[in-house]
Write a new protein. Sequence first.
Length: 161
Amino acid sequence: MGVLDWLGLGGDRAARDDGPDVLERIGAALEALPPDRARVLAAFAYLLGRVAHADHALSETETRAMQGLLREFGDLDDDQAMAVVGLAQQLSLAHRGTEDFRVAQEFAAVATEADKRALLRCLFALSASDDTVVTAEDNEIRRITQELKIPHAEFVAARAA
């Protein structure tokens, strides 16, 4: 029995460990795509969700921006984009802090350099979609770029753009 279990905060360990991971759950909405591409898009959407939730508020403008960015980046139709964004928002909020680094590492492992640059541009586009970039969003983007090992000069160039 761990400390969290002793305090009554551990929950049902079997239920946590046996379920599909975050990327599998998001990727399931993209079953028509090759599994590797679905995983890249799932991670991409989750990382967008991190930035959208960074200020602890999620606007309809941000949701529409996420859908548009996924349609463009992933060549998704409206229904696919809506499904993926809905799941990504839900899971990035529910699992923030516990899955954030792991999803970023997974994206770094499966994404191309072009995918990483596209993500960086999309993160800033999302944060500016409501005409303001709050410090929390900027900080979250910086954390993501560090986790993806994107050079600081690229972060600065994307922010300036």
